[in-house]
Write a protein that binds this ligand. Structure first.
Ligand SMILES: [Zn+2]
Length: 921
């Protein structure tokens, strides 16, 4: 004790003195560990170089056996929860809020930490925050009164990306420190802030990656010969769990539920990749629909952290130079989307707890580098750059994160009223804006041919807390007249700005800028659902009844007819219907026809009366319409097949495959997930009718050769020790790809009569490796830049089964690939859909060089021997977003034997053509 007081006297700077309590016992073992585990003396700070000892609340070491940041130690999710439970059990300053379960059944929860008083009053505080989040009916004096009596909640997330292993470790130590430390800094945080910790935002991935680390990565030495990442984290979508704009992931969905219940004004997501610590300040392009206050708050926090950590002597802390505020689809953006403040760090993770030699300055020729940009230069936003080369440890990483986070929390504790005032004002501004500035509402008209996709869209908006009403009378606004029962999103609601962000067209502010993710996401265009933006202020006065969850009920005529037609207006649920009626013979109408004066579109299912009960049980919950046919229709029909489907996945890039798996699981579509092992084993056509190769890998070569055969074998198999590996597929060594041997089996599959379907970038594989000898691929110029805009594609063969359910010949599709297909003139009948190109074809977001895609094929069907290759240059299942395109892929499945229908008919529009005639060589 005495020695420590002397040490404290030496640190007599004011802010340093606030970092520890003068008379609190300290954990000597921790201090020694810390000194051993940091790689340079400057990689720590007065905030974290010590840990208080507590007689009644156990530290992480006392529960888990080791201090946080120990070399070669990562904790499994159960251990992490065990620690928080002990903490909540022993400390009245800690409370656990359960939020649900993950795909694999792990519990999700938030850990609240604050003063004893604040925790005791946390429910009242929650209600106060709810009032600030929705200030309708609140007078200014009432709001002021609430603000003075309320504590801001600051949510911290770690472990969304499972290979970014540090945050879930650091957060346990932070929780302990916040619960027990009596320093002025921590006392201030406890008194004025409620901290909420999300222990690991992808709990399933945490366990799987921890297994992977212990099995394959623990002996890493440097970053020049990196061991490949685990093939899976959570069940489906890997790194895209931070692009999950519609909250498919259960953990993210549970967190959103917590958010909408607790209304934290600040949410902070901890990531790892950039050196040494990057603190996000919200650079351009920015979503200009969000409040200007937000764009002041972001650098306000970031700059305080840069200054404080510089003061503590920690190099390499910077801001401003990474990630923008354009796309709303990142998980923690649930806060900025709902009038809160979003925060984000990147720290320098090693992909595990092993100390590594890190090359921060790019090494020429090192193509494995995550960050080709040099981040060691001094810039105005990086006044103290990271070092060129450094030994870096988990404890270094922990110290950076924890110091900065304590600093962000300190700032919140110094300005709790400002944070709450801002939160209230942003919410109030959202209401005012919806009342005073167009647009005032969005209308989703009733009576659209397919209301099931409209329901998907409405339910996704509701999931995010957006209020929607159903009109009780006809909607007459200056944009048009819409039937009673239409859905109306009035924008004079707290989350009106989010509705506007999601539903309106994206107009990119500056074509010289680049964006980190998608430039466009307009929901109506993505779902092919009519959404009317209204600049008519009278829309705010429409009489509405509130809408909860929308479940369109289907209908079926009474029994006693020889057959029924299930009308096809493009519902994705038609795919689900086919799968639910396995064993029932279903025919598909190849042409439209009329029956009892009702027109029945091509693509409709014809089901015999014998299956009436099964049909009824399926169509009602799926929202489909089945009508009685007085006689079997006298038109051409063919079987609605349920092919034996395989989805091919590389081991090195399972993410986009995961989105297709997710969609197929939702539609109950059966499939086998196959890897290089199954492909190389051959005999594919005996096992499968259709093989789908989703978009994956950056190049065709990468799809074929995948993870290089360097280093040690990389087993992904389940064992007694590694029980989370071997899920969703299994391999004794994930390196090597299918190779040419596998490709030859794919070729045989096609020539034996199989249907190979390639999506997005993977369509370069059959073209570049000669499976479709006549089709070429070229790449756009350097100037071309298309970060996921929504563009027009023209249907050239509208009678083809791929387009059953589609009535328009100009479809909005998400741009998906830089593999520009080229089909010679003699094969132009094989082009089913093409991009008209040009500026006018860009419907939302932006594309530099839109002329370069002019007349390039969007879908090609190539006959090869007795089989066929169906190539999508689009990605018909892009994330959980472009619902309007999903049916093209499902149509390909249940019509796989009949895909050549209409190929010989002239293409429409005849003048456009699908083939690029000018480049024929
Ligand atoms: Zn990340």
């Amino acid at each position: 004790m005495h020695a420590k007081r002397l040490a404290l006297v030496a640190l007599s700077f004011m802010s340093f003195a606030q970092a520890r309590a003068a008379d609190q016992a300290m954990d000597e073992v921790f201090a020694n560990h810390q000194q051993q585990w940091i790689t340079k003396p400057e990689f720590t700070s007065p905030l974290v170089d010590h840990l208080p000892a507590s007689t009644n609340v156990p530290s992480p070491r006392e529960v888990l056996g080791e201090d946080i940041g120990a070399p070669r130690v990562l904790h499994y999710y159960a251990d992490i929860l065990k620690y928080y439970r002990v903490l909540a059990d022993k400390s009245p300053r800690v409370k656990i809020i359960p939020t649900g379960k993950t795909e694999e059944g792990r519990e999700t929860l938030l850990v609240l930490i604050s003063s004893e008083d604040n925790i005791r009053n946390v429910e009242g505080n929650r209600q106060s925050l709810a009032k600030l989040a929705d200030p309708r009916g609140l007078s200014e004096p009432q709001a002021r009164e609430i603000i003075t009596q309320t504590k801001p909640m600051y949510v911290v997330l770690g472990g969304l990306h499972s290979s970014e292993t540090g945050p879930p470790e650091m957060l346990m130590e932070l929780a302990y420190r916040l619960a027990v430390e009596d320093s002025p800094v921590v006392n201030g945080i406890r008194a004025n802030v409620i901290v909420a910790i999300n222990p690991a935002t992808d709990p399933d991935g945490r366990d799987r990656y921890t297994d992977w680390y212990y099995r394959n990565k623990i002996d890493d030495t440097d970053d020049l010969t990196p061991v490949h990442n685990a093939p899976y984290w959570g069940k489906y979508i890997y790194h895209d769990n931070n692009r999950d704009i519609n909250f498919t992931g259960m953990s993210a969905r549970n967190l959103l539920g917590f958010y909408l219940d607790w209304h934290p004004p600040i949410m902070h997501d901890l990531h790892e990749s950039h050196p040494f610590l990057y603190t996000f300040s919200g650079q351009a392009p920015q979503n200009s629909m969000l409040d200007p206050i937000l764009y002041g708050e972001m650098p306000w926090f970031a700059n305080f952290e840069v200054a404080q950590l510089a003061k503590y002597g920690m190099p390499g802390v910077w801001t401003h130079g990474f990630v923008d505020m354009w796309s709303p689809g990142y998980v923690a953006f649930m806060s900025s989307n709902h009038n809160g403040l979003v925060r984000m760090y990147e720290t320098f993770g090693n992909g595990g707890a092993t100390t590594l030699l890190r090359h921060v300055k790019p090494v020429p020729g090192n193509t494995d580098s995550l960050h080709p940009n040099d981040e060691t230069t001094r810039e105005w936003f990086r006044p103290s750059p990271p070092y060129d080369v450094v030994q870096w440890s988990m404890r270094d990483n922990t110290n950076y994160m924890e110091t900065a986070l304590l600093t962000g929390l300190q700032q919140t504790s110094l300005f709790p009223q400002a944070v709450l005032e801002n939160f209230y004002k942003k919410s109030r501004d959202a209401l005012t804006e919806g009342q005073t500035r167009p647009p005032y509402a969005f209308i989703i008209p009733a009576g659209q041919a397919d209301m099931t996709r409209a329901a998907v869209l409405i339910n996704l908006l509701r999931l995010q807390g957006i209020e929607i009403g159903r009109s009780t009378g006809t909607v007459k606004i200056k944009e048009g007249t819409y039937p009673s029962g239409s859905f109306v999103v009035k924008l004079d609601q707290p989350y009106g700005r989010l509705a506007k962000t999601l539903l309106s067209k994206q107009v990119f502010p500056d074509t010289k800028l680049k964006t980190y993710d998608d430039a466009a996401w307009t929901m109506g265009m993505m779902a092919h659902v009519e959404v009317v933006e209204s600049a008519d202020k009278t829309a705010l006065d429409l009489a509405l009844e509130p809408v909860g969850h929308v479940d369109p009920q289907g209908s079926i005529d009474a029994t006693s007819s020889p057959a029924y037609a299930v009308l096809d207006y493009g519902s994705i649920n038609l795919a689900t219907l086919r799968n639910r009626l396995r064993g029932v013979s279903i025919q598909i109408a190849e042409q439209p026809f009329t029956s009892n004066n009702r027109s029945i579109p091509a693509g409709s299912f014809i089901v015999e009366a014998g299956s009436y009960q099964k049909l009824k049980a399926a169509v009602i919950p799926l929202g489909l319409t089945a009508i009685a046919l007085p006689e079997k229709p006298r038109i051409r029909t063919h079987e609605a097949a349920i092919p034996r489907v395989a989805i091919y996945s590389t081991w090195g890039s399972t993410q986009n495959v995961g989105w297709v798996r997710y969609a197929f699981d939702q539609s109950e579509t059966p499939y086998q997930l196959i890897f290089k092992e199954q492909v190389r084993a051959g005999n594919l056509h005996a096992k499968y009718d259709v093989i789908i190769v989703p978009s994956q890998g950056r190049t065709a070569k990468e799809v074929v050769y995948d993870i290089p055969m360097t280093g040690q074998p990389l087993p992904y198999t389940k064992t007694a020790r590694y029980k989370y590996l071997g899920d969703y597929g299994s391999s004794p060594d994930i390196r090597g790809g299918m190779g040419l041997a596998g490709l030859e089996e794919m070729r045989k599959f096609v020539s034996d009569g199989g249907t190979l379907i390639t999506l997005g970038e993977s369509s370069a594989v059959p073209a570049e490796f000669g499976l479709t000898p006549d089709i070429e691929v070229s790449r756009p110029s350097q100037a071309f830049y298309a970060p996921g805009p929504i563009v027009t594609a023209n249907v050239l063969k509208p009678a083809n089964p791929i387009f059953y359910g589609y009535t328009d010949h100009a479809l909005s599709v998400r741009w998906a690939s830089t593999a520009l297909l080229f089909v010679p003139l003699r094969d132009k009948q094989s082009v089913l859909m093409a991009f008209p190109g040009g500026e006018k074809s860009v419907l939302s977001g932006f594309m530099n060089g839109a002329e370069e895609i002019k007349d390039r094929p969007a879908i090609v069907l190539s006959a090869v021997a007795s089989g066929q290759v169906l190539m999508f240059a689009t990605n018909p299942i892009y994330r959980w977003q472009n619902f309007g395109e999903f049916r093209m892929l499902y149509n390909a499945l249940f019509n796989y034997k009949n895909l050549r229908i209409s190929l010989d008919e002239p293409s429409v529009p005849a003048a456009t053509g699908g083939a690029n005639e000018a480049h024929h060589d």
